[in-house]
Design a protein around this ligand. Sequence first.
Ligand SMILES: Nc1ncnc2c1ncn2[C@@H]1O[C@H](COP(=O)(O)OP(=O)(O)O)[C@@H](O)[C@H]1O
Ligand SMILES: [Mg+2]
Length: 363
Amino acid sequence: MRVCINPDCNGDRQNPDTAEFCLQCKCELIIDGTYTVKKLLSDKSGFGTIYEVEDLHQQPKVLKILSHEFNNQPKIVSLFQQEAFLLGKIDSAGLPKIAAYIHHNLPNKKMLHGIVMEKIEGINLYEWIRSHNPLTEKMAIAWMRQITKILKVVHQNGYFHRDIKPSNIMIRPSGQLVLIDFGTAREASYTYLAKVGSVGGITQITSAGYTSPEQERGFAVPQSDFYALGMTFLHLVTGKYPLDMHDSHTNTYTWRDFAPKISEDFAKFLEQLIAPRPVDRPSDCEMILHTLDEIDRLQKERQTKRQQEAQQKINQQEQQLNFNKVWLGIAFILVGLTTYAIAIFYRILPSPIPLATPTVQTK
Ligand SMILES: Nc1ncnc2c1ncn2[C@@H]1O[C@H](COP(=O)(O)OP(=O)(O)O)[C@@H](O)[C@H]1O
Ligand SMILES: [Mg+2]
């Protein structure tokens, strides 16, 4: 099957494998002379549509199309292109590899911008957390370390992610996490939409519950990514959507009851990540990694201490048990000897040594 990606196509968009043009709208079905669209993966954000495609060797790829109502916004188009540039520039298993940047012409002289990238086999963490128990602290630390390492490379290259949340992190079957969907186009749209109001029915611009207060006001800084990272992990360790734990009276998140096994150290760190002011959050990725190492070290130290204490208790119990055994043995021997002596005294048992017989005195 070949799916038509023309947003104005009125048919069911599904065409036979042999068709080169959409039977309904006559739009070309072979994109960039290479890719055919197999199925729609996501069209929820309103900023782009994600399709699974196949190249000439039937290798699966993902095609991300910028919503065409943004085509006349040069700033948004250039930021969409920047996402492609970033994926091409940074070579990391933590980001999808880019295959091509495409322009796809539509019959009505419109044109679509798109990025073809590696298809990550696996699910995103929003889907993951719906079918798994909340993360243990050990896993949360391991995952946060992975994402921070990816983020570090992104920040070092002069970019922010700007839209970290569970649905923008995928997990490969190997367990490797992948950061997707660089929300740069979105960031430009906040400013744009703030000026002109809602466009194309898009009213929810920020990722509510994950976006930092300063980014909502249009001033993203690297620490805005840390806020979103903190919120993402609040979700992952509780299994609850962050806004559902928000107390509007105190403007705080009452999440700890939903993750009672999280240590005080890690809980405090999560709360530092979601501090309302960027200056109260970690200053860079290196600091996050350092703090995670420190929490890990303290945890290990505590665990070793707990194990030593438990071992000490076992040793003490064993000593007490041995002591009791010795006393019990002595008690047995004493009781045995006493019984034996009584038996001899009453002549129930023969004496091992001949007892003196009473002598009869004759006069
Ligand atoms: N490279 C990829 N490989 C596999 N699935 C992907 C890939 N990129 C996106 N997806 C899927 O599509 C969903 C939406 O993609 P995303 O890039 O986040 O766009 P948006 O949020 O703007 O719709 C993701 O949550 C993921 O499930
Ligand atoms: Mg997304």
